[in-house]
Structure formats: C-alpha cells, structure tokens
Write a protein that binds this ligand. Structure first.
Ligand SMILES: Nc1ncnc2c1ncn2[C@@H]1O[C@H](COP(=O)(O)OP(=O)(O)OP(=O)(O)O)[C@@H](O)[C@H]1O
Length: 703
C-alpha cells in the first residue's frame, strides 16, 4: 500500500514537472535575427535555456535526495529547523518559473547534487562543498527514478533514514550494468559512483593522472569531467578551448554520443596524429598506421626488439634534450657573425642585431622573433637610404640585393626541416643511432611522418612558432600509450596546467611507444600541480569475466592492482579446444547459437591478427552472416556482429566476445596485455576457442 502511494506521488511529481517544462518550451518565440548585439546575446541565452529544457523534457531527472541542512561552514544554518528539501536531480537544471527561483530540477553538476553520488549511507551528518562553504546536514532519502518516454518505469530507494539496512545499495547500478550496449558509449549521470565523482569534480588547475582498470569508466568519467568543468567554471573555461585526445577516429566515433547527451557541444575531439599533422599545416602526411601495427602485431616480436624500439627512444626525455640542443643551436646561430654592409661605409653590426633580437621581442616565438629581426634590418636599411638621401636607382637596388643575400644567412626552419637536419647532413646529431637516423630520413624524404616522429615534430613546431590557441583543458585517453615527449608537447599548449590523463598500464599493448610507469609522465609536472587517482572497480564485465581476466595478468609485475568486480554474476567463461579443421565451423556455430538465443545486441569475434580476422570474416560472409570487419583506418564503429583484431578492440565493448584462438601459438607470455584487453571487452558473455595447445596465460600457475 505504502509502495503504491509512493509511486503515485512520484508519478504526480513527474507529471507536474513535465507540464511545467512543456509550458516553458511553448513560450519561446521566434529567434532574433537583427544586428543589435545585446539582443543577439539575449537570444543566445534563450537558445541555451531552450536546449536545456529540451534535454530535461526527455528525462527530467533520475534521482531524488531529501536533505535537511543543519550547518553552513560549521555554523547552525538558518534553515536548520525546516523539513528536508527534496532535490530532484537531472541532466539539466530547470527553474520552475523559467528564470531563477525555485528549482524543479537540480543540475547533476551542482554542489548539492554531489551528495547524491558521494553519500555512502548511515545516520551521521553528511556534507558537501558549496560556494558558501561546507554545507552539512542529514540525508533522509536517496531514491533512484528511471524515466523513459516521460513515464516513470522504475523506482528504487537506495537509502531511507531510520530503516534497518541503511547502507546505500547497488541495485539500481546493477540494473543499469545488466543492460545491453549498442554502438555508442553512453552517459552515466544516474549511477556515477563515489570514486568516479571525486575525479569528475576534482579541482581544475591540476594534471590529474588516473590509473583505472579495464571497464572502470575512465573514458566515461573524463567526458563527465569536461561537462562538470564547463558548468563549474562557466565564463572562464570554454568548450572551444577544450580538447580530447583519443587513440583512433573509430574510438572517437564510439564516444561521440556522450557529450551531446550531457548537453555539451563544440569540444574538439581528435587523435594525436591528426592534431599534429594539422599543427604542421600538412607539410607532412602521416605514415599509414597499419604499417606500424602490422610490424608489431602481425608478426611475433621479441622482448629485446620491444626494448630497443626507436619509438621509445624518440619519445624519451633524452631525445627531447637532442631537440632542445638543436633549437638552441638554431637560436644562437640566428644572428650572423658578420656585419651587414649594404653599401661601402655603411654597417649594421652583429651586436646591434643581437640586441634587437634579445630585447625587443619578449614573448614571441623563435620564428616570430627571427622574422621580426629580418623586418627590422629591412626597416633599418630603408631609413638609412632615406637619411642619406640615396635616390640613385642602381645604388638602391644594389643595397637591396645585398639585403636579400644577407637575410639568407639568417636561418629559417619549419619543424620538419629542423627535425630532418638532425638525422642527415652536417648538423646530424651524433647521439642518434645510425639505423634510426637512416630510417627516419627515408620516411621524411617521402614527405611522411611516422607516428613515433609526431611528438618531436609537434614539440619543435610549438617551440619554433609558439601556440596559436591555448587549451583551457586537455583530456588524454589511453595515456599509457603516450610518451613523455608527447605529453611535453601538449604541456606547451597550456598557460596553466589543466589536464585529465587516463589510462591503464595493464592495457599498455603499445609498449614500443608508451610508458611502463606513470611517474614517467608525472615527473614532467611540478608535484604541487599533479594528482593521482586509481579506479580499481570494474563496471563493464560480470564477476566471472573479471576474475578470469585477472588470471591472465596474475604473472605480471608492475604494482597495478587487479580489477575488482561489482557483484554482477553471469555465465561462466567457456574455454574450448577445437581441431584445426573444425576451427572456423566452431566459431560459426558459437555465433549462430548466441544469435539464436537472443538477448545480445553486440557480439565480437576477436582475432590475434588482421590476417586471422580476414579469414574468419570471409568464412562468415560465405555463410551469409551479417558481419563487419574492423580495420585500422576505420572512421566509425557500427555495432552488431563484428570481427576485430585484439589490438584494435581497445576501448570498445561488446555484449559477448568470442576469442577466436587462444592457442599457445597465438598468445605467448609476452602477449598477456593483449589477451587481457581482448577478454575485458566482454560485458555479459566470454568464450575462448583454441587450437593445439592453449596459451600458458590461461593457467593459474602460468605453466
Ligand atoms: N558508474 C557507472 N554506472 C554505470 N555504468 C558505468 C559506470 N561506470 C562505468 N560504467 C560502464 O562501464 C563501461 C566501461 O566504461 P569505460 O569504457 O568508460 O571504461 P574504461 O575504464 O575507459 O575502459 P577500458 O580501459 O577497458 O577501455 C561502460 O559501458 C560504462 O557505461
């Protein structure tokens, strides 16, 4: 009875809220198209409000928190005697009368809403930070409300003050995690967990490093953090000055739904490759990434090869020192050692040029200073010609010809030109191994930049030409694949440090280019501006899958803790041997079985190499299955049934995963991270087939 009444009251509250929002939406007139600036600004504000209402009308709120305020900054609150306030929390805040006043819905990013996420139950006072100081009080109710198509379809009280089991239960979270996934990552505003919330709301001027196990919500949390920063620092931080770096265009497509769902637009989302190539104004084109991937993943590589990879060297601080040296040599060689003598008896001394160069142009970049110096010399000549009354055309052109010759002695570089000079010719650096120098020169000569050269090129470009647009905030996803030099280049893009850098060392499959310890990146920043968070709970997969995947990494060192599952149980993981000749048929049979059982929207067959995936794909196509093959340059991810090489599956997730061949031939002990990545893509179902002997990674004792 009591339950029915609660439901009825909540339904009425929802109806009232929806009516009010619909009424407000109906009051918008046509847009202003005139030239009055104030009117234009007001029109933009109205549009923004309309956008928020349009988000709210779809699903006005997802939670309710009844909070009784007792104190502000330790002093008794004026409202202490009042009844608890009912805060309805949604994706977009809505005021009842449209402009200020009573809030119908509190924005999830508002200070008060933080309690909805951080409250862990219990009768004691709880508190949150607000612009007025710390607000403390009692939580009376925490309620999850699921609204779909304007109907209230589910209501779960996770905390009721005074009731027996007053710990906050995970029922609603489990319900959400049990849902299937499509081809896009989704927002998690209704179920953000406490440890995720503290990252989302962490202060702005920090380089935050987040080590999070597979499925711990790193990508999702980073996107929510951007939405939070825009809300919290409205006016001083803008979406146009935020940027997200992700590993591939396909991954960007996969995450592209989250920010619009959160009502955030205009944030650049790019890959480090695309960004650098644009920075270099397309002077070079990127090498085909599939060549690098094929080199490292299609054939077996040894540990020595990995350790000696030129990418590690080119991303190191030792390499940065070589670049800095080249920049210094360029800088100190800008002023010619001789005087400029345009005509007999006229002289512009190097000391004068040096003084102009060093003192006149403080903040400018090296190349700007160089160009200004050239202009200054030109102006000097013009004024000398005028002062000395030179009208004779011949004399004039002789002086100008001398100027042109002299200017050629003042070096000028683009980043690729300066970079190329390190590997070949008179200025080549002796510290670069001959093999690396030869290969790099050959790539650059083709007009290409290999992925391992991009960081250096970006760094040199920023040092030579400075920054055109500084970023208020930078997000770097899959940062374990970044080199110190890459991060150093991005650091040059900010006036004040504000970065969210996330990744998982256990998924560092590109160790020929990335890092093995977070300190390698952290030490680029002053300790006072760095923060480090760990996310150890995994939300993606069932307990069975996580426990299984943890075995794969059990032999690994590195100090990263194993993933802790949320208590969500599913089917056991299946490991099955198959004969060579039945292998493709076994893959096909599993897929047919899964598809006919239903309930799985996204299924992936994960292969070890692109070649293996091609074979599987052809076989499935011949059997008229609707399937797509994921390849390295693919711009989009379509969902459904896919065949994907393990190294391209990173970041994605599927309702069910079939590892095509987990044989010892395919995954040696060196491939633990790769197999771990592949297995942790699965949400609900995981099966591994293998031919011959099974990989040693799947045995607890590693034998
Ligand atoms: N608090 C949460 N509530 C509901 N779902 C969540 C929560 N946190 C994470 N998830 C879900 O878990 C899955 C994994 O999230 P995400 O891809 O952001 O994790 P990740 O740490 O970046 O993973 P990986 O490193 O394996 O790529 C997603 O489906 C996401 O929606």
């Amino acid at each position: 009875m009591e339950e029915d009444k609660t439901l009825l009251l909540e339904k009425q509250r929802l109806e009232m809220t929806l009516d009010n929002i619909t009424k407000q939406l109906g009051e918008f007139g046509t847009r202003y198209t005139g030239h009055d600036f104030t009117e234009q600004m007001l029109d933009l504000q109205r549009e923004e409000r309309k956008r928020r209402l349009e988000i709210a009308v779809r699903e006005p709120y997802f939670g309710r928190l009844d909070f009784q305020e007792t104190a502000v900054d330790g002093n008794p609150s004026r409202n202490a005697e009042e009844e608890p306030k009912q805060l309805y929390i949604g994706k977009a805040g809505v005021a009842k009368d449209g402009a200020g006043g009573e809030l119908l819905v509190v924005d999830w990013r508002a200070p008060a809403a933080s309690l909805f996420y951080s409250f862990t139950g219990g009768e004691a006072e709880a508190a949150y930070q607000s612009p007025d100081g710390e607000i403390s009080g009692y939580v009376h109710l925490k309620r999850n409300l699921m609204v779909r198509n304007k109907e209230l379809i589910r209501l779960v009280d996770s905390y009721v003050r005074g009731q027996e089991e007053s710990g906050v239960s995970d029922e609603f979270l489990l319900y959400r995690l049990g849902e299937n996934k499509d081809n896009k990552l989704r927002d998690i505003v209704s179920t953000i967990q406490g440890e995720q919330d503290s990252i989302i709301r962490a202060e702005r001027n920090k380089a935050l490093f987040i080590q999070g196990v597979a499925g711990s919500g790193k990508t999702t949390v980073a996107l929510h953090r951007l939405a939070f920063l825009l809300y919290q620092y409205e006016g001083s931080i803008t979406a146009e000055r935020m940027i997200i770096f992700a590993p591939s265009r396909m991954f960007l497509d996969y995450i592209s739904g989250v920010l619009p769902e959160l009502g955030v637009g205009d944030i650049s989302q790019t890959t480090f490759t695309d960004w650098t190539i644009e920075l270099l104004e397309h002077e070079l084109k990127p090498s085909d990434p599939s060549e690098t991937l094929a080199h490292w993943f299609e054939e077996k590589r040894t540990t020595e090869e990995l350790e000696e990879a030129s990418g590690v060297f080119k991303g190191s601080l030792a390499f940065k020192a070589i670049l800095d040296n080249a920049l210094e040599t360029f800088k100190s060689g800008i002023i010619p050692e001789v005087s400029f003598v345009p005509l007999e008896g006229w002289e512009l001394k190097p000391e004068q040029m040096q003084e102009w160069f060093l003192t006149d142009y403080g903040e400018e970049s090296l190349m700007e200073k160089r160009d200004r110096l050239v202009s200054r010399i030109r102006r000097w000549l013009e004024s000398e010609l005028k002062a000395r009354g030179v009208v004779d055309k011949k004399k004039r052109s002789a002086a100008l010809a001398k100027l042109n010759t002299f200017v050629k002695r003042i070096p000028s570089y683009t980043a690729p030109q300066l970079y190329a000079s390190l590997f070949k010719g008179k200025k080549a650096s002796a510290e670069i191994p001959a093999k690396v120098a030869k290969a790099t020169s050959a790539t650059l000569a083709r007009g290409e930049a290999a992925s391992e050269d991009l960081a250096a090129l970006a760094y040199l470009h920023l040092k030579l030409f400075g920054l055109k647009k500084a970023f208020d905030h930078i997000v770097i996803d899959e940062a374990q694949d970044y080199s110190p030099l890459q991060l150093q280049a991005l650091k040059l893009c900010q006036r004040n440090v504000s970065m969210t850098v996330l990744g998982d060392l256990q998924q560092g499959i590109h160790s020929y280019a990335g890092i093995s310890r977070w300190q390698e990146l952290q030490e680029l920043f002053d300790e006072s501006v760095t923060g480090f968070f760990e996310l150890n709970r995994s939300y993606r997969s069932t307990m069975e899958i996580i426990e299984f995947a943890n075995i794969i990494l059990s032999g690994m060192t590195g100090g990263v803790k194993p993933a802790v599952p949320v208590f969500r149980s599913g089917d056991p993981v299946v490991v099955e041997q198959t004969d060579e000749e039945d292998w493709l048929a076994a893959i096909h049979a599993t897929l047919v079985e899964w598809q006919s059982a239903g309930g799985l929207d996204t299924i992936s067959v994960i292969g070890r190499t692109a070649a293996e995936c091609g074979t599987i794909y052809d076989y499935l196509i011949e059997r008229e299955m609707e399937v797509s093959l994921v390849q390295s340059k693919q711009p989009t991810y379509g969902g459904g049934l896919t065949v994907v090489p393990a190294y391209l599956s990173k970041g994605l997730e599927f309702d069910a995963v079939l590892i095509a061949d987990a044989g010892a031939e395919k995954y040696s002990k060196m491939d633990a991270k790769l197999l771990y990545v592949a297995c942790t893509r699965a949400l609900h179902k995981l099966k591994l087939l293998y031919r011959g002997e099974r990989t040693p990674l799947l045995k607890e004792d590693g034998e």
